[in-house]
Ligand binder design. Sequence first.
Ligand SMILES: Cc1cc2nc3c(=O)[nH]c(=O)nc-3n(C[C@H](O)[C@H](O)[C@H](O)COP(=O)(O)O)c2cc1C
Length: 211
Amino acid sequence: MATLLHIIAHPNDETQSFSMAAGNAFVQAYREAHPKDEVIHLDLYKAHIPHIDADVFSGWGKLRSGSELSTLSAEEKSKVNRLNELVDQFVAADKYVFITPMWNFSYPPIMKAYIDAICAAGKTFKYTAEGPVGLLPDKKALHIQARGGIYSTAPMSDMEMGHRHLAAIMQFFGITDFQGLFIEGHNQYPDRAAAIKQEGIDKAVSLAKSF
Ligand SMILES: Cc1cc2nc3c(=O)[nH]c(=O)nc-3n(C[C@H](O)[C@H](O)[C@H](O)COP(=O)(O)O)c2cc1C
């Protein structure tokens, strides 16, 4: 039995969002194809995702200098514990599907806060004399993203910073089995929007079967 972590970085539901429509189709098809697997939903807009702020730095500083967790302030403790919980949940899963919309060539800021939470030395990567080494080589991940324009090919592909950043993070964690599913161009070609959305949903369903 495997665990799929469904990470949602979108404030809207599938009636308003192409990413969510494809993401939900993926998860439904995944459940049908892998009935024994566990699917955990992590909705970043509803979950508590602490930012790395002054409390987190002071909490980490106290722990690094040997203080007990009980000596941290309530804010420090709750943020540091929550960040640990998020990375532990990530490490415990076997597969990941990230759902994000393209916003300003990237993904929503809550997604960056989540990436900051799961980049943890000793858990998702480690530093060695030869450089950093990813600690999650056996996992696999998919990023589903809707984009108003077309970014998977030139001339706009160099402007795309969200999937490429996530790809770098996955590589940093040692996750080489990472792919993207893009529903793109529906704002640029509004007359084709319905077909572009359906194509994305169909691809999501097909990918879910072998994921
Ligand atoms: C805040 C914001 C920023 C956006 N930035 C871009 C962008 O940089 N490039 C683009 O092609 N479309 C951009 N769009 C359009 C979205 O990518 C497009 O509507 C896409 O369908 C969003 O995903 P969704 O359908 O899952 O909400 C932006 C939309 C919003 C709301």
